[in-house]
Design a protein around this ligand. Structure first.
Ligand code: PHE
Length: 451
């Protein structure tokens, strides 16, 4: 085994693990990405497929990843190597860890740019810039903002720096505290936003669009997008849950923890959808508006409601913290790998990976302005990166993980580590061994045109 053994931190309690994993799962994916994907892919049908993927494929894979981390007790690459040796199979399974790390790294490069938009909107909202503007005025703000590489680079830099400072200081302390406060606050603020959406007169229209599937909208593309987003939103297939699982004390139920995280993640996404779609319909925003959707719709509420500047500022602060607790988890596997296997100091590992990621993020910044017309297969840099990660790398990684844990990992190891009753264990085993690999493979082949 290469690399050195470093003293490893652990989560201080099972609650802390659940909060941190929820912090990783709940982020821009729920509030920024879920609504615009649902809008683009037919609403209810996207949500239905998403929920099915979550329940049947992603939760079992999440359990598998936490399990791999807790047995291996190292970074994703080393944990997979250790487990494959323990199970008497090829060491090359370590590449799965590498693939996940690469995906997380690529995602962080654009995640930081969008989180930068959120930071900038804290100030725009809190200083009352949107006051008195109608839908068109709010949209113009957004168009002007993304047309400026300079502004976006400033916020992207700030966000990346904040991520690195936290990661450099280790997993406990600030992060645990922040997440403890964040999750309840986010629920509260989303509830209030839903209350405002009720007043638009289009609440039922929005709710029906989001919750009632229209089967005629079902396409292979929708299914792949829903699958990829389920992976993205739960923070799986990227080594993140392996890394977080490696800090998990023994004696905590992995299945229970995974179910709680998945439930919280789903509730936040649905609440965000219920707050946003009534506004979309009330203001005739096109459903295919794309990544700018929340930056166009939500400031409209803040511009009109009493106390909207304060409330809106607070909303974007919470969203930025939610993004931060996700971004630190995106870079943690790479940092842990550089520290444990490449003998770099934690600080050095953070800055090296962070700077590279920051640089890559410039591609996303430019894809909204000076490189907007530069497309390959009809996709800008940002769209290409998003497609490559969410729709290709994540499903591929999730598929391989299910195959590894279901077919190669020694059964005795799995059985002793997963403290579930016989029925629950049998259900999980069935899902991870047959359903998850089969379904992901089918969806994947169908979507890339092999089937
Ligand atoms: N799940 C996070 C979100 O929904 C994003 C994320 C993906 C975080 C992968 C970590 C790993 O915003």
């Amino acid at each position: 085994m290469r690399g050195k053994r470093v003293a490893r931190q652990q989560w201080s309690s099972s609650l802390m693990f659940v909060l941190a994993a929820t912090g990783s799962a709940v982020g821009l994916g729920n509030i920024w990405k879920f609504p615009y994907l649902a809008g683009k892919h037919g609403g209810g049908i996207f949500v239905l497929v998403y929920l099915l993927c979550l329940l049947l494929l992603c939760i079992p894979i999440m359990v598998a990843e936490i399990l791999v981390g807790r047995i291996g007790r190292r970074n994703p690459v080393a944990s997979l190597e250790i487990l494959s040796q323990l199970s008497g199979c090829r060491k090359s399974w370590r590449w799965l860890g590498t693939l996940g790390m690469v995906a997380g790294f690529l995602i962080l490069s654009y995640y930081s740019v969008i989180a930068g938009w959120t930071l900038s909107y804290i100030f725009k909202t809190a200083t009352g810039e949107f006051r008195g503007h109608d839908a068109e005025g709010v949209e113009n703000f957004f168009i002007e903002f993304i047309a400026s590489p300079r502004q976006q680079i400033v916020w992207h830099t700030l966000f990346m720096t904040a991520t690195l400072v936290i990661v450099a200081h280790g997993i406990q302390g600030g992060l645990e505290k922040a997440v403890e406060l964040l999750t309840p606050a986010l629920f509260l603020i989303l509830t209030i936003l839903m209350g405002y959406a009720l007043g638009t007169g289009e609440f039922m229209h929005g709710a029906l669009f989001l919750l009632f599937p229209d089967i005629s909208n079902l396409t292979a593309e929708t299914v792949l997008a829903a699958l990829g987003h389920a992976f993205f939103s739960l923070s799986i297939a990227m080594g993140v849950m392996i890394a977080y699982g490696s800090y998990l004390p023994n004696g905590i139920s992995i299945i229970k923890a995974s179910l709680i995280v998945a439930a919280a993640d789903t509730v936040v996404a649905i609440m965000a959808g219920l707050a946003i779609f009534p506004l979309v319909f009330a203001n005739h925003v096109p459903l295919t508006f794309g990544p700018g959707l929340i930056f166009k719709t939500l400031p409209m509420i803040f511009a009109q409601m009493p106390g909207g500047t304060l409330f809106g500022g607070l909303f974007f602060v919470l969203l930025a913290i939610a993004a931060l607790s996700s971004s630190i988890s995106l870079i943690e596997p790479t940092v842990a790998w550089l520290v444990e296997d490449k003998a770099l100091s934690r600080g050095m590992a953070c800055w090296l990976s962070g700077m590279t990621c920051w640089f890559l993020g410039l591609g996303t910044v430019f894809s909204f302005n000076i490189w907007r017309d530069l497309t390959v297969f009809d996709k800008t840099f940002f769209q290409g990166l998003d497609f490559l990660t969410s729709n290709l790398l994540l499903p591929l990684n999730g598929l391989m993980m299910a195959i590894f844990v279901g077919w190669f990992l020694r059964h005795k190891l799995t059985r002793s580590e997963l403290d579930a009753g016989p029925v629950l264990f049998a259900c999980w085993w069935l899902l991870i061994r047959f359903v998850a690999p089969g379904a992901v493979m089918l969806i994947f082949m169908q979507a890339i045109g092999i089937l």
